[in-house]
Design a protein around this ligand. Sequence first.
Ligand code: MN
Length: 195
Amino acid sequence: MRAESISRRTAETDVSVSIALDGTGKATIATGVGFLDHMLELFARHGLFDLEVKVTGDLHVDQHHTTEDAGIALGQAFLKALGDKRGIRRYADLHLPMDEALTRVAVDISGRPFLVFKTEFRVEKIGQFDTELVREWFQAFAMNAGITLHVETLYGDNAHHIAESCFKGLARALREAVAVDPREDGRVPSTKGSL
Ligand SMILES: [Mn+2]
């Protein structure tokens, strides 16, 4: 069973994350940030990951530390759950539409953390949530999961739709990339022999 739990505590946040990669999409999320909860719930659902995320953060400051640290811990748990990456498909990409918004996501479970994030928001807030924190979460997740991640929103108007297309796109791409390809026959999908 590819599953892992992480606890991470700093002066700013106290985060616990559990993820099962071969799950059903069941999510129990409580970050204290409603919009982030919504994004993580649909990340679990569309990735078919079983996911528990609990954050007690310094929301009296703002939502930055909570959002970033949720991404860090989830990335760490994802990486550990993958183990030695034997047999996985490794690469995946797709276009994810959400009404008028369209986001392209390409991922390589490479062990080489890199983020290209070409998504812009016309507004600063989605409800109480700062739209600039979407990028912060993706950066934190990609660096700690050790993945190469390209996200580009090709077009879109509504900030809620744009953010949702990014998170759903990532989830769908990861679902494909972590899937075990029987033709790999348990090998690590790299000519180097490790990822
Ligand atoms: Mn929504």
